[in-house]
Design a protein around this ligand. Structure first.
Ligand code: SF4
Ligand code: SF4
Length: 475
């Protein structure tokens, strides 16, 4: 299953080599019914060492029902082994929808004349973040269109500083992840110095010709500059990067293989793969021509993609957004998702004021419209532990230090107590009576699952102290 391309190259068209992707798709078609190969891959993947893009592509193409059922079971097994039943919570915060790009699938595109353009002032950011803190959020992903005049890097840096400084009751945003346009090494250094968590940038599609067609105008048109952004971010000192494609923009097979090749490239060149992979699917939005999206990914394929990412890159967190419905989220949580958003608003200023349809500044429709408390209660009901943990970032466990911890098997002595302590904070400070009762019972049960007895005892003591008013314990 040898591949012949230069994954160590810093050039986009070499590490995302089109010929390699085409050959991988052909190889996968050829072997899609090869029982011996497919079952041997599934067996090997059980050790949590991952699979190559070629191996994963064969499994994606596989048409043997028993093998596909085994694949789902394996994804669930790996998810349980590495992540247990914890789900990390976050919320997006839209700072500005001014954008100079022409992305054909996004309503913020420059030509859209009937969307209301808005950029939050620092005072408005304070109000939005206070509203998010009042919901119970500790981890944000800030989002902004690309516009060097309206949203220069200085605006983003000032906004991050504002967010970290806000203290409201027991609230604090402890990790700010940043999703802004591809930029220079110098700007990535500034973001690093501002204390960001993960730098997130979706590739949208790895297929160059389609990429250029979907991004006809603006700086984002430059495929190489966009695709090489994560190398620049890492060169600028950012350890944790988050990648993703917008499933439904191009043929999903091509993008799935490109996504894994990108992860392999980062691991080979930078010594650490992506911290997270997001799996958004295109969804309805203002001023978007639906004819552009004839490659929509059906639910069954989408679930298989999630399961396969979990198997191929077991230690990479996987994020699903509120674009997905409650039912869809419920299905993929079991298969490998480790982070979800809750109570999200995708409009600029939407946490303070719900928009009317006429105002219309949202990036896309939200399928899951439940409040954070409803999402937390739902997760607890399904047996998950909603976690507001940000400990690794704050303890300096980023990049390869984070991966070392994951691979040491000690994560359950770390994540699990941290999840329970941060859930306890949420229950005491923000939860409804119903969620609190369900959450307290869950914590009592789950404390018993912390393997190390010393850690278990300490966690129980910290949880009692949280009830007494103290905050921010972590392992
Ligand atoms: Fe701008 Fe991003 Fe929307 Fe493209 S996807 S139009 S870059 S906000
Ligand atoms: Fe994530 Fe680290 Fe917290 Fe675990 S301990 S949930 S890896 S931040």
């Amino acid at each position: 299953m040898e591949s012949n391309y230069n994954k160590l190259s810093r050039k986009a068209e070499e590490f995302i080599n089109d010929r390699e992707i085409q050959e991988t798709m052909a190889y996968a078609r050829e072997h899609k019914s090869d029982r011996a190969l497919i079952f041997s891959l599934l067996e090997r993947a059980r050790d949590c060492k991952g699979l190559s893009h070629r191996e994963a592509a064969v499994l994606l193409e596989c048409d043997i029902p028993e093998a596909n059922a085994a694949l789902r079971d394996l994804a669930m097994e790996i998810k349980q082994k590495l992540y247990g039943n914890r789900i990390v919570m976050f919320a997006p915060l839209y700072l500005s929808n001014y954008c100079v790009n022409g992305c054909t699938y996004c309503p913020y595109h420059r030509q859209n004349g009937h969307i209301r353009r808005k950029k939050l002032t620092q005072d408005e950011i304070r109000r939005e973040v206070t509203a998010l803190q009042d919901m119970g959020h500790k981890r944000l992903a800030i989002e902004s269109g690309e516009d060097p005049v309206n949203n220069p890097i200085e605006y983003i840096l000032e906004s991050i500083d504002t967010i970290y400084r806000i203290r409201h009751k027991n609230g604090a945003i402890r990790r700010v992840n940043v999703n802004i346009a591809a930029t220079t090494v110098e700007n990535y250094r500034k973001l690093k110095a501002a204390g960001i968590g993960t730098y997130i940038l979706f590739q949208e599609t790895y297929h160059k010709a389609s990429y250029e067609r979907l991004h006809p105008t603006g700086p984002k048109h430059d495929y190489a500059y966009h695709t090489e952004a994560m190398d620049r971010a890492m060169e600028g000192g950012i350890d944790d990067v988050g990648i993703g494609v917008l499933f439904g923009l191009e043929m999903y097979r091509y993008d799935f293989i490109g996504l894994l090749m990108h992860a392999e490239h980062l691991e080979a060149c930078q010594g650490v793969g992506p911290h997270t992979i997001s799996v958004p699917r295109v969804c309805p939005a203002d001023d978007i021509d639906r004819a552009d999206f004839t490659n929509a990914v059906p639910d069954a394929v989408f679930e298989k993609i999630v399961a396969l990412i979990r198997i191929a890159v077991p230690y990479t967190g996987m994020i699903i957004s509120t674009r997905e419905s409650r039912a869809s989220r419920e299905r993929v949580l079991r298969l490998g998702i480790s982070q979800i958003s809750g109570g999200s608003r995708t409009s600029v200023g939407g946490y303070v004021e719900e928009e009317t349809a006429a105002e219309n500044s949202a990036q896309f429709d939200v399928s899951d419209r439940r409040s954070l408390d409803e999402v937390v209660d739902w997760l607890i009901g399904l047996g998950y532990v909603p976690s507001f943990c940000t400990a690794c970032y704050r303890e300096g466990r980023t990049g390869d230090r984070f991966m070392t911890l994951c691979k040491s098997g000690q994560i359950s002595n770390c994540c699990h107590p941290n999840a329970l302590m941060t859930l306890k904070e949420y229950l005491v400070d923000y939860a409804s009576a119903e969620t609190k009762a369900a959450g307290e019972a869950l914590i009592a049960r789950e404390l018993l699952h912390i393997p190390n007895p010393v850690v278990r005892q300490k966690a129980a003591a910290y949880i009692a102290q949280i009830e007494g008013g103290e905050r921010d314990f972590r392992f």
